[in-house]
Design a protein around this ligand. Sequence first.
Ligand SMILES: Cc1cc2nc3c(=O)[nH]c(=O)nc-3n(C[C@H](O)[C@H](O)[C@H](O)COP(=O)(O)OP(=O)(O)OC[C@H]3O[C@@H](n4cnc5c(N)ncnc54)[C@H](O)[C@@H]3O)c2cc1C
Length: 384
Amino acid sequence: MENFDVIVVGAGTSGCISSIFAKEKYENVLIIDKQNKLAKKILVTGNGRCNLSNINVNSKCYNQNIDKYLNEFNVKDTLAFFNKIGLEYYSDDEGRIYPISNSAKSVVDVLTNKIEQLGIKYNLNTEVKNISKTKNKYIIETTEKVFSANKVIVATGGNSLTNIILNLGIKIKNFTPSLVSLKINSSKNLANVRLSNVSVKLITDNQNTYQENGEILFRENGISGICIFNLSAYLSRYQNFNGELVIDLLPFKSENEIIDLLSERRQLNIPINKFFDGMFVKQIGYEILNRAKINEERLSNKLSDNEIKELSTIIKNLNFKVKGFLDNNQVYSGGISLSDLTLNLESKHKGLFFCGEICDVDGLCGGYNLQWAWTSGAIVGKNI
Ligand SMILES: Cc1cc2nc3c(=O)[nH]c(=O)nc-3n(C[C@H](O)[C@H](O)[C@H](O)COP(=O)(O)OP(=O)(O)OC[C@H]3O[C@@H](n4cnc5c(N)ncnc54)[C@H](O)[C@@H]3O)c2cc1C
């Protein structure tokens, strides 16, 4: 059986960076991945552009305080690492960092080049089926061969290796989808409507309220957009999808200002089904009128003050019941608790380390999840 100083299980984001740092100390480092390319996951990130970090990273962007890990390896360290391996990058107005090529492939290329230059071995198309422990070694059973290693880094991402980890006596908090579109009641009539500059509140069934501003997109059976993804993170951490979304269609106007505006618009004297033309897209206009159950045969100057008030309330509070998560989540919430790992992310089994999304750390949209992968991977690689 071939033995290695270090085996890294998973050649994704955290696995690649951890192997590069581990190789500074160990001669024989092997990465194993079931995919056919190193760092394949990175290619789909940031819509193919890879939002690799964010200059505003801080613990508030995560499900818990990770300051002590960020103090070990922060955004500056990440950028210095990428500088050193040849990646050129820039940050946008919101602090999101992208490769200057605007192509995630550039990130994969520089990581691959470094791994090859350092002589780190890798076995692709190879799935790890079990990890067990003998007196002083780890045995890694794969679909191809069985390997042994003095030390192991598990970097297999969210919702992975659950049974293997439980068999090693390590606890895992259930994985739930996060940064995901939400299934809502009655969105069919609004399918494909995109709204910018709205404010969306999520009220969970235990009455916590979270708010995000930005763009949303209605789909046939749900709703998406960065602010919805971020709100899904709160539902996910609370391990529940029961909640209500309340959309404020005009967050920059108070309800009284909207009442004044609609009262004035009455004078347009047009059929009520055209009342919102010029103010909202048709589907939204119909949705507001339907919810107010207002007869579309009349002319707008026949709208009563009460009806104007009702329409204004709906504009400020267009609410939907959340029915579940849709597919294609960007990350998983849940995983191995940081309190069950040392500061260097070593488990209770000496020489067995975990990094990336398999740990119970999840962040909002904006480069925070990849930053956790770089931070945790670097910490493990440097300290193994
Ligand atoms: C569509 C999409 C877009 C995203 N965009 C962004 C973004 O722009 N910015 C951001 O910060 N985050 C983004 N993310 C999240 C980010 O990709 C993850 O947080 C990050 O990749 C997690 O890193 P990781 O190293 O833990 O796992 P991964 O990068 O997922 O790597 C895990 C690796 O382990 C391998 N593996 C798993 N099980 C086994 C096994 N049994 N045997 C062998 N190999 C195995 C997998 O093949 C994979 O290569 C996005 C995610 C998705 C899905």
